[in-house]
Design a protein around this ligand. Structure first.
Ligand code: GDP
Ligand code: MG
Length: 164
């Protein structure tokens, strides 16, 4: 069975954009307004002959999003972590750490699974030092990428697939 790599993160950080970048296809819907990803998308890819399945876990912004948005996010994130062999925790590198990021980080501290923390929207080299602020999450390493421009994706995949 191929390893499952789940992309998790709060709404609007660029999960679907990263998913599409990795799939090299527009499968997941990308929207400026959070709440568009209705279901989970799965896609089989490979990197340097190492096959794996990527999952876009955007679903938590949808159906249940009334007064219980946060608990819904927690539930969906738990399911995504459960299903994953490796987790990609995506952050918005421009807006920085939000309260919901801390909520997700708390869930991730309970798993033994490998977690790659990735700061997105760092579109130019000039943006890269913006990861410094994100270390308040208390993680050892944060990858800097731009899902829409493709920066940093190769380096991420090299490390992500190392044990596949
Ligand atoms: P999701 O809710 O996490 O799936 O986020 P989306 O993939 O739908 O993206 C949300 C918004 O962020 C959209 O307007 C995207 O165009 C934008 N976005 C995603 N990745 C990047 C990036 O690398 N750089 C910039 N500047 N914008 C991005
Ligand atoms: Mg999405």
């Amino acid at each position: 069975k191929k390893p499952i790599v789940s992309i998790i993160g709060r709404p609007n950080v660029g999960k679907s954009t990263l998913f599409n970048r990795l799939a090299r296809k527009r499968i997941a819907i990308v929207e400026d307004t959070p709440g568009v990803t209705r279901d989970r998308n799965y896609y089989d890819i490979q990197w340097e002959n190492r096959p794996f399945t990527i999952v876009d876990t955007g679903g938590f912004e949808s159906e249940v999003a009334t007064d219980s948005l946060e608990s819904s996010m927690v539930e969906q994130t738990k399911v995504a972590i459960e299903e994953a062999d490796v987790v990609v925790f995506l952050l918005d590198g421009i807006t920085g750490v939000a309260p919901d990021d801390q909520v997700i980080m708390d869930l991730l501290r309970r798993t033994e699974k490998p977690v790659f923390v990735v700061a997105n929207k760092l579109d130019t080299p000039r943006h890269e030092d913006m990861t410094a602020n994100l270390y308040e999450l208390g993680v050892d390493k944060i990858f800097a990428v731009s899902a829409s421009h493709g920066r940093g994706i190769g380096e991420l995949l090299d490390e992500l697939t190392q044990d596949f």
